[in-house]
Design a protein around this ligand. Structure first.
Ligand code: XMP
Length: 509
């Protein structure tokens, strides 16, 4: 494995993505980790990431310098390089000119890392400080116009430094550099596959749980479904999934999920019909935050009661993903720093005194989908678009009533059918309908109508942090609009949401 030390750069997840794309397992840890822990990981190489600090700041993040005695190759990127050079007695200074953006890299010496790369290539810089003097044993391997020491190496000790960022696409040959580091310098093998992950994790869960019972809150999304499959593979009937039907799901969703898990996958599932409880509590509520709070609280209450019925349960499984963990780890903290709980079942573990199992906590979303495929999860579930915990309640603007839920469910079902049919479903991050608290006048069969307005929302996104409204073909939008207005009683106007995030959000509430 490759250990990545997180000095706080915004590109850290990218480094991990790149390494894993080469089927090499890697892990990101904060600089505060203990040297004994590092030794126990037995890394084949260590990457010190970039970061916003200056190594001369008092509070700048530091890693135990004994990592350089482990005889493990180290690649320092940006701040990581400066840290390494400083540790060996070189000098780092504030440069007169900040260098940010594209730069032409002149490679002076291959030194093992620039194998097969032409002498002049484009790189991406983002730094204030620069290295002024290299310590003994290091030599310059590449320069740019503004930065003489843009790359350096001590090949004898297998220590490499890059002042620029090889992990971003703007460094054209960055991937090659990382690849050479992984395979030629560190001698890694391409052994990280979803099959090996599934096998290792199944064995680990079996060991950890050792015959005890596990509970899992199933939402129907990819993360909790894959978690369920993995744990079921390890412990079979000792796993019980709890699925709370809050009455705010899409059309037929609860039914389909029950069928998939019970009939096809033969996983223990407790289906809890709590629709009435949720709808009664939501009656008369129009404020979006109040809706969310009510739904969150009732979910916890219902889940607790249900979980209490499973005697002898000692573990709670959650589908937490790696980005959640990385984002909540402080660059300056230790491995024990607070970890964000999953927003769908937030607050559960603390109250319930169960031990947490989070088997996906080192995976990225696309890896979870691949793992789902590997474990035989239905294609529809593998590629399911995200669906928010509060469900249709935050897509009905104004009061949530059974009638309005029915209308929205039908509108949404038509929309999804057409989006799937057109081949757009997988290309979109999310596509859904919103019911507005407005009515408008229409004409149908010579008669005046005064009915609801539905809005269509379809966005593209990589991670939901930003999103763009999807440029769906007019023909498709026309078909969706015609079908909705003709087939759904209660809707006489359809509009398309053309706002991006930011400044709008994906959901309307
Ligand atoms: P926004 O609306 O903030 O949404 O742009 C970003 C992403 O998060 C989803 N979302 C939620 N997911 N519980 C969830 O599990 C929630 O309360 C919630 N609110 C928003 C949203 O669907 C989008 O993918």
């Amino acid at each position: 494995m490759i250990l990545i030390i997180d000095f706080g750069s915004q590109f850290n997840q990218l480094i991990a993505r790149r390494v894993r794309e080469y089927s090499v397992y890697c892990q990101i840890d904060p600089p505060g980790i203990d040297i004994e822990y590092i030794k126990s990981l037995n890394p084949e190489g260590i990457i010190l990431s970039g970061g916003p600090s200056s190594i001369y700041e008092k509070k700048s993040p530091k890693i135990d310098k004994r990592i350089f005695d482990l005889k493990v190759p180290v690649l320092g990127i940006c701040y990581g390089m400066q840290f390494m050079i400083d540790a060996f007695g070189g000098t780092v200074k504030m440069s007169k000119r900040r260098e940010y953006g594209f730069a032409e890299l002149n490679i002076r010496r291959n030194a093992g890392l620039f194998k097969g790369i032409e002498k002049r290539t484009q790189c991406w810089m983002s730094h204030g400080d620069s290295i002024q003097k290299l310590p003994d044993g290091f030599s310059i391997t590449a320069s740019t116009e503004n930065t003489k020491i843009a790359a350096a190496a001590n090949t004898k000790k297998k220590l490499y430094g890059l002042q620029f960022h090889p992990e971003v696409v703007h460094t054209v040959k960055g991937k090659n550099m990382l690849k050479t580091f992984l395979f030629d310098v560190c001698g890694c093998k391409r052994s990280w596959t979803m099959k090996s992950f599934a096998d290792d994790t199944t064995a680990r869960i079996k060991d950890e749980v050792s015959g005890k019972k596990v509970i899992l809150g199933l939402s129907g999304g990819v993360d909790s479904s894959v978690t369920a499959l993995l744990i079921h593979r390890a412990i079979g009937k000792k796993l019980t999934c709890i699925f709370v039907d809050n009455g705010l799901l899409r059309k037929d969703e609860g039914k389909k999920l029950k069928e998939t898990f019970k009939k096809h996958l033969r996983i223990n599932i407790r289906y809890v019909n709590a629709r009435r409880q949720f709808l009664e509590a939501l009656s008369g509520v129009t404020d979006p935050e109040k809706k969310r709070k009510i739904i969150g609280k009732i979910f916890v209450d219902v889940f607790e009661v249900e979980a209490g019925k499973i005697k002898g349960a000692t573990f709670l499984a959650q589908g937490t993903l790696y980005p959640d963990i990385i984002e909540s780890q402080s660059a300056f903290g230790g491995p024990t720093s607070v970890i964000k709980s999953h927003h769908n079942v937030g607050g559960l573990p603390k109250k319930m005194k169960l031990n947490l199992i989070e088997p996906l906590k080192y995976l990225f979303k696309d890896e979870v989908r691949l793992l789902g495929k590997e474990l035989g999860l239905d294609e529809n579930l593998v590629w399911r678009q995200p669906f928010p915990g509060p469900g249709l309640a935050i897509r009905i603007i104004g009061e949530v009533t059974p009638r309005r839920l029915n209308i929205l469910r039908e509108v949404d079902a038509i929309l999804l059918e057409e989006i799937r049919e057109s081949g757009y479903y997988r290309k979109l991050w999310q596509s859904f309908a919103v019911l507005l608290p407005l009515k408008s006048v229409g004409i149908m069969g010579d008669k005046r109508t005064y009915e609801n307005i539905a809005s269509i929302r379809a966005v593209t996104s990589k991670d939901a942090m930003t999103a763009d409204w999807a440029r769906l073909p007019h023909k498709l939008l026309a078909k969706i609009s015609n079908r909705i207005i003709n087939e759904i009683r209660g809707v006489n106007r359809v509009v398309y949401d053309i706002s991006s995030k930011p400044p709008s959000t994906i959901e309307w509430e």
